[in-house]
Design a protein around this ligand. Structure first.
Ligand SMILES: Cc1ncc(COP(=O)(O)O)c(C=O)c1O
Length: 455
């Protein structure tokens, strides 16, 4: 399938009259969906709008069949032999919360996280410190993407119950050696949880072979509809988790005084489920299965090289993460000296139709430690083409030309982090130049008011 044919499968990529782009470079936040996913969801509502697992009529039977087929599809994609180890949830955040809050922590037990985890893999642990007396150990990681096994060993030797790390970082795109970490953790008797949000969309994984205990995935980052998340667990550890929510579908039987829960995964899937979303996620998996992951990866690397190569000689551009694009294939993250990242994002969108992410990417802790108020992040996926990279490069160059390096906004290096309210389009005079550099006729008034832009 040619790239043009593939792009034609994604309705959101269609050109709009009198508008540049769309150049969608925010797939790390949420990917676009192909028409087949939309069709599958419409088909659910039009042809078999039932609730699975409860009624016995034909609609319910069909939705139950599709629901379980999607479960089997995720098991295949993620390398779990038994689909019963796949739990449907709303997103990765919920998957991580299920593990965190579902384990029977004793006071003093430790979880090991890295120094650049998404808030989804940080805040819940902080709450457990307060509520259950657990302790958080932090593994510092190198910005250049090199992994230090000694640092891991030192922490593991302190006695860790669970190692909970990203597989690929949403901040700078670096990946951790999942097999090595799993083996070392298991050698010390620790369980492992990997946040696979930024890895699973790009390549299949073999969780059973790797021995990973828990793995969190968001369907909406891999061509699926919003609100589709997965916990892919090993059977033993899954059975030890206490469900987060109880009620319909989780129960085998109940009396007025007692109940018995169903076996996993059903005990974790409370209430009427997101059937349309799950059916859509199944179609997304089918779409992904038709693609060559190696070809996808090399296209992402090539786009990343294109952007990195074009901007690395710009003295005001500073890249985050490993220098080599191959070590952060789908993400290019950078600061622009003297330009507020949110102003840069608005300029790129309004002037070039280029949609990127700006801010602290839900890793506020990392920025707070360094006193960096945020950065711009472009992320690539299977529908991006070379002209998308060109548009980003041209937009950044024009912005740098128009905005003096003396600083027009909150600054990008060395200054104190500003409040999390983020985007301050209308505030003060320091962002004036970047704002005035934006084409006036396209300024969407009021956007700043509701967009928090802090994440
Ligand atoms: C590494 C990482 N972890 C967790 C999340 C949270 O994902 P979700 O919003 O689907 O729960 C994200 C989202 O961007 C992410 O990139």
């Amino acid at each position: 399938m040619s790239l043009d044919d593939r792009r034609a499968d994604f309705p959101a990529l269609r050109e709009r009259p009198n508008a540049r782009g769309p150049v969608y470079l925010d797939s790390a936040c949420m990917s676009l969906v192909p028409q087949s996913v939309l069709d599958a969801m419409v088909e659910y509502y039009q042809d078999f709008p039932g609730c699975g697992g409860r009624s016995l009529h034909r609609f319910a039977e069909e939705v139950g069949r599709r629901y379980e087929a999607t479960r089997a599809g995720f098991a295949r994609r993620l390398g779990r032999a038994d689909p019963r180890n796949i739990v449907f949830l709303r997103n990765s955040t919920e998957a991580i919360n299920l593990v965190a809050q579902g384990l029977d922590w004793k006071p003093g037990e430790r979880v090991l996280i890295s120094d650049r985890e998404h808030n989804s893999n940080l805040v819940v642990w902080q709450r457990l410190v307060a509520e259950r007396g657990i302790r958080i150990e932090v593994l510092p990681l190198a910005d250049n993407g090199t992994f230090d096994p000694e640092a891991l060993e030192q922490r593991l030797a302190r006695g860790i119950r669970l190692v909970s790390l990203f597989q690929t970082s949403n901040l700078d795109g670096q990946s951790l050696p999942i097999q090595e970490i799993t083996e070392r953790a298991h050698d010390h008797g620790a369980l492992v949880l990997f946040d696979g949000c930024q890895a699973a969309p790009h390549e299949p994984i073999d969780l059973d072979r790797l021995g990973v205990d828990f793995y969190a995935v968001s369907g909406h980052k891999m061509l699926g509809p919003t609100g589709t998340g997965i916990l892919a667990a090993a059977p033993g550890p899954l059975a030890t988790l206490r469900p987060l929510v109880l009620g319909g579908e989780t129960v085998e039987w109940s009396t007025l005084t007692d109940h018995e829960l169903r076996p996993p995964p059903y005990r974790f899937e409370a209430g009427l489920q997101n059937y349309a979303g799950i059916v859509g996620a199944g179609a997304a998996l089918e779409y992904l299965a038709r693609l060559d992951a190696t070809e996808m990866r090399s296209r992402e690397v090539s786009l990343n090289r294109q952007v990195t190569g074009a901007l690395e000689d710009e003295p005001r551009v500073r890249f985050l993460g490993p220098a080599a694009p191959e070590k952060r294939p789908s993400i290019v993250a950078f600061t622009l000296e003297g330009v507020d990242p949110h102003d840069a994002a608005l300029f790129l969108d309004e002037g070039y139709g280029v949609m990127v992410r700006s801010g602290r990417h839900c890793v506020h802790s990392w920025y707070a430690e360094r006193g960096i108020p945020g950065n711009v992040r472009a992320s690539f996926y299977l529908y991006n083409r070379s002209s998308d990279a060109d548009a980003l490069i041209a937009g950044v160059r024009e912005l740098l030309e128009r905005v003096p390096s003396s600083g027009t906004s909150a600054g990008t290096t060395g200054s104190a982090p500003r409040p999390a309210s983020g985007r301050r389009r209308g505030a003060g005079s320091r962002a004036t130049a970047a704002r005035s550099a934006r084409p006036r006729h396209r300024v969407a008034r009021g956007r700043a008011r509701y967009a928090r832009g802090s994440g």
